[in-house]
Design a binder for this molecule. Structure first.
Ligand SMILES: Nc1ncnc2c1ncn2[C@@H]1O[C@H](COP(=O)(O)OP(=O)(O)O)[C@@H](O)[C@H]1O
Ligand SMILES: [Mg+2]
Length: 287
């Protein structure tokens, strides 16, 4: 970092949102908008199977760019399977397969010649249980993906700082970057995993119940963060917490037994859904 950049940074005492806006642009991005490179994700007739179990049934769904979409529905209805189809993790399960299309912008991620590594880099994922790399320091947890994707050594420090700022963790860890990632609290570990995910600049972030192992304070911190991250990324969050969906999601999709029942602005899902089954679920009558 140049001295000039250091000065600028010290002066404007960066908030997390400001840090996000400063994430480096990709070379192909136009110079003007600071905003995002996020893309729309469209599922077309998506089906997913585990052997004979038909876990996702003909789902058509559009995730708007720079919005947060919540996936809700009773346990076992296929939420996790569906999101794992989006970054092609589902097919890693022996005997599992998917059919249909997942379009990122105009690209079918299931099309011929699509490189799996780049799919997973472009579509990041955060899991229920924070899973920092156990033997790695805080710094290396964030740097790992950057190293793999060929970030130059000299650029690493700055990129790691950017990602940690973007994940709202920098101030808490800047003096102990060499300590083990697993030494952090649960909420900090989850933000570390988010930093690791955003470091490689994905377009889309999938989160599968990212707060269900966290206490309420840590949960609120992650929810605030999700709100900031959508400026830059398209976000899909699986949650069983109705209040969380209501707090963070622009739109909410309700699934039941592998099918998409409805997808609408979150407020409508919770106050005036089209389908009786949605109403029963959000008012706690089943699930
Ligand atoms: N690894 C697996 N092998 C076989 N069946 C699975 C596997 N994972 C999930 N399933 C089945 O797929 C269906 C959907 O599960 P899942 O996507 O985990 O639902 P949710 O995330 O909504 O709780 C369930 O019937 C579940 O038992
Ligand atoms: Mg699940």
């Amino acid at each position: 970092m140049t001295d000039h950049a250091k000065d600028a940074r010290a002066q404007d005492a960066p908030t997390d949102a400001a840090a996000l806006a400063r994430l480096p642009r990709r070379p192909e991005e136009p110079a003007a908008p600071v905003q995002s490179t996020a893309h729309t994700v469209r599922l077309k007739a998506l089906n997913a199977f585990y052997g004979d179990t038909h876990a996702v049934k003909g789902v058509d769904l559009t995730y708007a760019a720079n919005q947060v979409t919540a996936m809700i529905g009773p346990s076992g209805c296929g939420k996790s399977t569906l999101v794992r189809c989006i970054n092609r993790m589902h097919e890693e399960v022996p005997g599992a397969r998917a059919e249909g299309e997942v379009l990122l912008g105009e690209t079918d991620l299931y099309g011929a010649g699509v490189d799996l590594t780049s799919v997973r880099r472009t579509i990041g994922m955060v899991f229920q249980k924070p899973n920092p790399f156990p033997t790695m320091s805080i710094f290396d947890n964030v740097a790992a993906g950057l190293r793999l994707s060929g970030t130059k050594r000299g650029d690493l420090k700055e990129r790691v700082e950017w990602a940690l700022r973007g994940a709202g963790l920098w101030e808490e860890v800047k003096d102990r970057l060499g300590s083990p990632g697993v030494g952090l609290s649960g909420g900090q570990q989850q933000r570390l995993c988010i930093a690791r995910t955003i470091a490689v600049e994905p377009d889309v972030i999938l989160m599968d119940e990212p707060c269900s192992a966290l206490d309420p304070i840590a949960t609120l911190r992650i929810e605030e963060l999700i709100h900031e991250l959508k400026q830059r990324f398209t976000i899909v969050i699986v949650t069983h917490n109705m209040q969380q969906a209501a707090r963070v999601a622009d739109t909410t999709a309700f699934m039941l037994a592998g099918e998409l029942v409805e997808h609408a602005p979150t407020e409508r899902i919770f106050t005036n859904p089209d389908d009786d089954r949605t109403e029963q679920y959000v008012t706690g009558k089943f699930g």
